[in-house]
Design a protein around this ligand. Structure first.
Ligand code: GDP
Length: 202
């Protein structure tokens, strides 16, 4: 994917603050510190378009970006950070749920997981929730540079079993080496095209 432009559009908490639904959209979700900002920056080929969350709990907004004037990317707040106050935690769920269930231009959700970590309740619930609403999920295992190739394959198999997926559904990625970047773009684009076909055939 050739990136000609990538810019921040706006931050939002509730629907009236979302940008007009003009472009096909992909949203990015994951546990805090999983490497979500790093993945987004690699995808758009920018060093620091998406601010890495050095201060967890401060990035509790839905951030919208526009790529090549045609693709909308949404950075959802990271979940599961222990140091975030309970009150803030409780407001995330509804904010993200509202976005995911109401955003008509949403074509898929990229779910980023650390390849070294076993998926837990948050991931199971999130995937179930997306499945129930027929929202396509693109699962990614990131930080693969931390494991040998053999360990990557083993760990991917284990995660796939837990999630009830085929191993090759899980894209292996590294923000450090940029491995898997093309696969991620390919998955995003294919959901955007499917969505377009779907609308055109209506
Ligand atoms: P976020 O909170 O999910 O946005 O996570 P960040 O993108 O800020 O990354 C959290 C930490 O993990 C930072 O120290 C990154 O440098 C590191 N990191 C992110 N992706 C990778 C990766 O693919 N490989 C390695 N080795 N480190 C990574």
């Amino acid at each position: 994917m050739l990136i000609k432009s990538a810019k921040f559009i706006t931050s939002a908490v509730k629907p009236p603050q979302y940008p007009a639904p003009e472009f096909p959209e992909v949203a990015f979700a994951g546990r805090s510190n999983v490497g979500k900002s790093s993945l987004l920056n690699v995808l758009v080929n920018r060093k620091n378009l998406v601010k890495t969350s050095k201060t967890p709990g401060r990035t509790q907004l839905i951030n919208f970006f526009l790529v090549n004037e045609t693709i909308s990317m949404v950075d959802l707040p990271g979940y599961g950070y222990a140091r975030v106050p309970e009150k803030v935690k409780r407001s995330w769920g509804p904010m993200i749920e509202t976005y995911l269930s109401q955003r008509e231009t949403l074509t898929s959700v990229v779910l980023i997981m650390d390849i070294r970590r076993t998926p837990k309740t948050e991931e199971f619930n999130f995937i179930d929730w997306l499945n129930q609403r027929r929202i396509p999920c693109i699962p990614i295992l990131t930080k693969i540079d931390k494991l040998s190739k053999t360990r990557q394959i083993k760990q991917r198999g284990a995660v796939a079993r837990l999630l009830g997926m085929q191993p090759d559904q899980l894209i292996r990625f590294s923000a450090k080496t940029r491995a898997g970047m093309t696969d991620v773009w390919h998955a995003i684009n294919s959901h955007m095209e499917q969505d377009l076909d779907h609308h055109e055939s209506k």
